[in-house]
Structure formats: C-alpha cells, structure tokens
Design a protein around this ligand. Structure first.
Ligand SMILES: [Zn+2]
Ligand SMILES: [Zn+2]
Length: 828
C-alpha cells in the first residue's frame, strides 16, 4: 500500500468529532479497584485566549494524564476557571460589557481551544468560580472562619486615587500612580477590612515544608520559607523615663542589648502618634508604595528610655523604616551590630558602641563616636553583624552570642520584663476587595448588633447582576439598594450588607477539592471523596505562584482539616513548575506584541505539532524559546512517522502480536534493541525528570534507524515495532497516534491500551568482543559496550586475568586502542 500524506487537518477533525461524541472518555471511575492518580494543572483566568505558556502547562499535564491512564491508573484530570477578578471589570468599563457575559463567553472560547488540543479533561467536573453554586462555599468557609476567630476586621491601608475617587487594586497602581491617571500619585487610605488569620498557622506552614521536600521544587520551598520568615528572638521591655511605661521591642539579637544607643518607634506607635513630626512622617509614607529602599529618616521625641539590663538612659527616636505591623512597632537600635541601625545612627550622630567582637580577636577599646576613636580600628565604618563574644556587657561579657541569647532571654522572663519570642514576616491575609466582580462577603452591618454573619441557610449571598460599573466610589455594590438594604438577622432592624467582595485567591485556595464532588449542593464536597483522591499526586503550574496561591491553599487545607472536613495536612504531594515561553529573548506578553496564540498554532500546524513543539523545544522546567524552525521540524517528524506507519500498515495488519516465525535476523535484533531502548527512555522520562525533549529525540533516532532497513525487517517484528511506537507517542500526539492505531487495525481508544513494557536485557547496549594483544600477539578477548571510550577499554584489558599475568613485572611502554576493534599493549 502506498504511504499516505500527513493531512493533519483531516485527521484532527475526524477524531475531534469522534471524541466529542464519546461521552465519558476522560471520566475517572467511581469505586475503582485501580490505584488512583490525581493530576492537575493550575486553572486559568478566562482572558479569552490561550497563549503558548498555557499550551505548555496543559500539554505537560495532559501527556502525564494519558501516560498514567495507559499505566492502568484511575486518573482524575479536571479543569475549571478562576473566573472572578479585575480584568472583567476593566472590560466592562472599556467596552460596556457585563463582566459576567465577558467572562462566560471567554470561557466558551477557551473551552473550544482546549478541545481542539485534545486535552483530556473530565468536563463533568468543571468548576467556575464566578457562579453562585461555587462561590456560596467561599461564603460558607468564610462563616466557618468567622466562628473560629480566623476571620476578623481591622483598619488597613488601601490604594486610593483622588482623581477617580476610588479604591484601586494593586495591579491598578503603576509606578505609584493611578492606571487611568498616570500623573496622579496613589494615596494610602485606611479602611476597615477583613482578614484571614493565616498567622495562626505560620508555624505549621513552615514546619510542614519538610513534608514537601523531594516532591516540590526546592526553589519554591525556599521562597515559602522566606515568605513566612520565622525569626527567633526575644521581646524585652525598655521603660519610659519618668512614668515607667513599658516600651516592648522585639529583637533577634538580645546579646547586643548593651550596645543599644537609642530606641526607635514606628510613626504609628502610640508614643509617636500625637507628635506633629509623626503625622508628617505618616503622611509621607502614604505617598509611597512601599517602605523598601526609602531614605531612612527620623526625629528625636525628647523622651528617654531605660535599658532593663544595663539601667542606661537612651533617647527615643521615631524612624520611617520601623514597621508597626512587624514585631512590636518599636526596635532597639544597635548600630555597631546592625547595618540599618548603623546608617541611621551615623546620619543623626547617635553613639555607636561595639559589644560583640569576632571569636579569636582581642577586645578593642570602646569608642562611641568617631571623634573619640583611639585607633581607626576601634571606630567601625560598618556594622559587625555576625555572632561573636560579648564584651562591655556587664555580667554577660565573655559569653558567646548563642549562649547569651538563650541566657539573657531567660533572665528577662524571670525578672518579668520580657521573654523568648518568635516573629514571622508572614502577615494576616487581607481578603477584602472594594470591587464588584468577586464573592460577596456574607456579613451584615447592623447599627445595634454590629457585625452579624449571614445565616448559613441564607447562602449564597448572590452577587447582583444589575449594576453600573463606573470605576468611581468604593464598590459598585454600594449603589445597589436592593442588595445593600436588608433586615438584621439578629434583631430585625434595618441594616446594610457588607459591600466588599473577597480576594480571588480565596476562590483558588480550595477549588481542587470541589473537582472531587463538583455538583454537591449540600456541602462544599463529600469528605469520603476527598479521602479517596487527596492529596493531589501531581500539580503543575507556573513558578510565579510559589507564594500566595501555593501558601493560601496550604492554609485552607489546614483549616479544613481542623474543621474535620479533610484528613490530609497538605493538598499537593508533588509540584512541578514549568518555565516560561519566550520569543526573541522576552517573555511573551501583550504589551510586547510577541504573543503567539494556541489557536493560530492549531490552525497552521495542527494540535499535535503544537503539543510536540512545546514538549520538545526545552526541558519543561526551563524557559522555552519560540522558534519557527523548531515548529516546522516537529511537523516534518510527524509527517515522516505517519508515512512510515501507513506505508507498512498493510504489510503487518494481518500479523498478530507475538506471531511465530523463524529465528530473528540480525536486522530484526538490532531494530528491536533500538525499540526497547526507546521505550525505556520514554518510560524513564515519564517516571523521573519529564525531559520529554529527549524522549522525542529518541523517537526520531529510532525512526532514522528503522527507515533505511524497513524492507529487511520481518513482518512480525515490524508489527511489534509499529504498534509500540504508536503507543509511546500517544501521550504527546493523541490525534495522529489514534489515526495510526486505526491504520494498523487497532480498535478502540489508544488511551485504554496498556503502556508497552520494555525488556531491560534487550534494551541494554550491544556488546562487542575485542581482541587484546601483547606486543602484537593475540592473548585474550574482552567484552565491552559498543562505543566504549578508550580509557574504558584500556582498563578492561589490563584487568583481564590472562593479560595481567603476562604484563606483570614488565614495563608498559604504550597501549594502542582502536575503539570497538583492538587493544594492543606494548611491554618491555
Ligand atoms: Zn485615577
Ligand atoms: Zn441587629
């Protein structure tokens, strides 16, 4: 039979239609006896189009899901939509579309693209976070957290554009200005907002990172450790001179406290609040986006504090770099041993007094001020921030820093002015958004009762659809009286609903649980289903989610566990973070105009080529450079493979697997060895590093080796080869694999076939027998892998018993090696 031309359009259209009409093709089994495998790609924001970065993420997950199916697993592979969020509101403002309509039509478009690429999702489990049947459970979780004191309200800063007279999301602040008013600086205003108390779990979130080691990329774990940012230290009370009022400071270096030369307060600290300079400093802070890299400024309050260890009287300052939210809002400045304190104190001519010297270095004379330096060495030009030996520290002098930290914290505790303490960088999670397109926060504000939770029976609090989105004011919900005005559930008096909506990160913190029981109307999910599917075996997404989403969802899991809803401590066993797709050295982005859409790619080259390209062009954890030539190379390979299979299909179609024949020829043996090596390579890639680029390269090599000898390969060997090749490429290129399967007479779905085994013996590299000569005379033979390097052959020859006996006691002049052919040892 003549070979067929690879017509990707016709092949993909045919199977697209057939698969569309095969319900349950990608469904997980209920009550399955197979082992379970939950593979998940992070759900997209429905912007309307899939770009190459998406395509890469989903293709990796899809190839893995298909492989696991073929390995006999009961696979759960769902997909959904992170459908709330700001872009929908922007589209509403710019184009007059309702956020809901814009979002749902984008979802419809993207779903088509997903189907076009044959992503094997079980759409019966689809989750769409902007629909009430989903977000009612956000509200339910909120109420559970409120009950447990894990949701609370406090004043917090928001971005405010005075021109728009509205709150801005962080994404709407560009270089400190409003996104719509490029020259209007964004101000910080204080509003009452809702928080989740993630800090209650800080210790566990940090400790359980140990459970994720090996399964999560170390880089992600390190980012989480830093984000949580545990500091072990001590809280110590200085006392206000005169009144004796305690001023609590947190320090990680209580061993340096004799070197404290001032106390510095945050501008918001109660002692600084009423000072006029403090007000000015707070106003300046409002103009800034964040406090990093700001010139350190401060002023003296006129007050003094007493050091509880030394009894020394030191001045109290206010500094713009001290944060009220971190520790206690007050620090002791030890300029000799902290670089930031050093810069501040030098700037304001505050004393610098060393109290720690490096281990093994002699004590230096004390010099508080530059002008009093007896020697240049005694007058530091920067802080010495390392641990060392205490000096000039009263009874503690001579101790090491480690020991002093422990003993001095104990001393404070015994004397009632402090204790050992831990602080975290992690802040509570602010979940209030003054926006429309999000989950309404289910509370009611009653003038008499205060904050009253919406009764569970009244959930969901449905987001009203009839709103005007103008971009002005606080939340558009405030202008919807039917929504805002309610009766207080507690006393019946007229009351108002909360107009803030939830951060969309709440939606994505637990969505993957909902997939296990997506249609449950009475609970977020049935815990028994979670017990079967969780934890997620493999989660795949971008490294940009290393913190936020991947910490919030760990937090949610721990809260759910404490509510008795799930048994697992962690949601995800293995995490994979793929690299970006770049073009001309830059990340693909709309702004740069270098985006390549998945739809265009599918049109031009077909879905299989697109899938193959994103897998082949780079190892998945690395960035992938877009190259037209690379795409065309993939197309040519598929075309070549398809022609190879079709021109041999008739020859082998009647040959069942394993049919008997005469002994294998050398050509058959060699071809089978290469085949087993290829299967081994691909299997190992799936089971370990996912370097599919080398899997695909191995398949290309196999084809290169087979094509020149295809006529000499026996029918039954060829049958085995063709079937096997189709099966091992199927996870990468499902359309053409299914078509070739049919050409070979296969019935049913490739997805339901078993993954081929390889014979490790057959896959082993071919060995060659090499004669070994001594002074030109044949003395022995060694076996070595074909292509073994020179040094290896020398070593093997010299280790041979016969050769060793012959050369013993003699001088080896030289060894001549002809790789794969001969070793000749010249002795004297
Ligand atoms: Zn503005
Ligand atoms: Zn009331």
């Amino acid at each position: 039979m003549p070979e067929k031309t690879y017509d990707h359009t016709q092949i993909e259209l045919k199977w697209f239609e057939r698969w569309r009409n095969t319900p349950g093709l990608y469904q997980a089994e209920e009550n399955s006896a197979r082992p379970k495998y939950y593979v998940l790609e992070m759900l997209p924001y429905p912007s309307g189009t899939l770009h190459m970065g998406h395509l890469r993420n989903y293709t990796i997950g899809d190839a893995l899901a298909r492989y696991k199916w073929m390995r006999g697993f009961n696979v759960l592979h769902p997909m959904g939509w992170d459908a709330f969020g700001l872009p929908a509101e922007n589209a509403a403002i710019k184009r007059g579309l309702h956020p809901r309509d814009w979002t749902l039509s984008n979802i419809a478009e993207m779903k088509k693209t997903f189907a076009r690429y044959a992503f094997s999702y079980d759409w019966d489990r689809e989750v769409c976070t902007c629909l009430p049947e989903y977000y009612r459970w956000n509200q339910w979780f909120f109420l559970k957290m409120l009950e447990r004191g894990l949701a609370y309200r406090k004043k917090s800063k928001v971005n405010w554009c005075p021109e728009c007279a509205t709150v801005l999301a962080n994404e709407q602040v560009i270089d400190g200005c409003c996104w719509r008013h490029e020259t209007t600086p964004v101000e910080q205003r204080e509003l009452e907002q809702w928080f989740f108390k993630i800090t209650s779990y800080a210790d566990e979130l940090l400790g359980d990172i140990a459970k994720l080691e090996g399964g999560w990329p170390e880089r992600v774990l390190e980012m989480q450790r830093n984000w949580i940012g545990r500091s072990d230290g001590a809280e110590v009370d200085f006392h206000l001179e005169g009144t004796g009022q305690p001023i609590r400071v947190f320090t990680t270096r209580v061993d340096t406290i004799y070197g404290a030369t001032c106390v510095i307060l945050a501008p918001e600290h109660p002692l600084a609040k009423d000072l006029p300079e403090g007000a000015a400093m707070r106003a300046a802070a409002r103009q800034r986006k964040d406090a990093v890299d700001v010139e350190k400024e401060g002023f003296f309050t006129g007050l003094y504090a007493i050091n509880p260890y030394s009894g020394e009287r030191i001045p109290i300052w206010v500094g713009n770099f001290v944060l009220m939210e971190y520790g206690t809002g007050a620090i002791m400045a030890v300029p000799a041993h902290d670089q930031r304190d050093f810069e501040f104190c030098r700037k304001y001519a505050i004393a610098v007094r060393p109290v720690i010297r490096p281990v093994g270095q002699a004590s230096q004379p004390v010099a508080d001020r530059p002008e009093a330096c007896p020697t240049p060495e005694a007058c530091p030009t920067e802080a010495f921030a390392e641990y060392g030996i205490l000096e000039n520290s009263g009874e503690w002098s001579g101790l090491t820093s480690e020991e002093a930290r422990r003993r001095m914290a104990g001393h404070a505790e015994r004397n009632g002015f402090g204790k050992a303490a831990v602080t975290y960088r992690l802040r509570d999670w602010g979940v209030s958004r003054q926006r429309y397109w999000g989950t309404p926060i289910p509370v009611i504000h009653c003038p008499a009762c205060g904050v009253v939770p919406v009764p569970e029976s009244e959930l969901p609090v449905v987001l009203p659809l009839d709103v005007k989105i103008t971009g002005a004011g606080r939340s558009p919900l405030e202008a919807v009286p039917e929504f805002m005005n309610v009766k207080c559930p507690r006393c019946g008096a007229p009351a108002r609903r909360e107009s803030d909506t939830m951060d969309t990160f709440v939606d994505s913190s637990w969505y993957f649980y909902r997939y296990c029981d997506a249609h449950n109307g009475g609970a977020p999910y049935d815990s028994r289903k979670i017990a079967y599917w969780f934890p997620i075996d493999q989660y795949i997404g971008g490294v940009e989610h290393a913190i936020l989403h991947l910490i919030y969802s760990r937090f949610f899991t721990k809260v759910m566990r404490d509510l008795g809803l799930v048994a697992n401590d962690e949601p995800v066993t293995r995490l994979f973070t793929q690299g970006m797709v770049v073009k001309d050295g830059a990340k693909m982005s709309k702004n740069k105009g270098n985006v390549i859409g998945a739809d265009w790619m599918g049109e031009k080259y077909g879905a299989d080529t697109g899938r193959l390209f994103v897998l082949f062009a780079a190892p998945p954890e690395r960035d992938l450079e877009w190259q037209d030539a690379g795409v065309e190379g993939m197309y040519r390979f598929l075309s070549r493979l398809y022609r190879f299979v079709t021109r041999n299909a008739e020859r082998v179609r009647q040959r069942p697997w394993g049919s008997k024949g005469s002994a294998l020829s050398d050509v058959d043996t060699k071809a089978l060895r290469k085949l087993h090596q290829t299967v081994k390579k691909i299997t190992e890639d799936f089971e370990s590093r996912w370097h599919f680029n080398t899997s695909i390269a191995a398949t290309m090599e196999l084809l290169n080796e087979l094509v020149p000898v295809e006529a000499q390969i026996s029918d039954r060997t060829l049958r085995k080869i063709l079937d096997t090749v189709v099966l091992v490429v199927a996870p990468f290129v499902p359309y053409v694999a299914q078509e070739m399967w049919e050409e070979l007479g296969g019935a049913g779905q490739v997805l339901r076939e078993l993954w081929p085994d390889y014979d490790p013996d057959l896959a082993r590299e071919e060995e060659v027998e090499i004669p070994v000569q001594v002074n030109g005379k044949l003395r022995s033979r060694i076996r070595a892998p074909f292509g073994a390097p020179r040094e290896e052959l020398e070593r093997l020859a010299l280790a041979d018993d016969k050769i060793r006996a012959l050369v013993e006691g003699k001088q080896i002049v030289k060894i001549i090696v002809v790789p794969d052919k001969l070793v000749n040892i010249v002795v004297r």
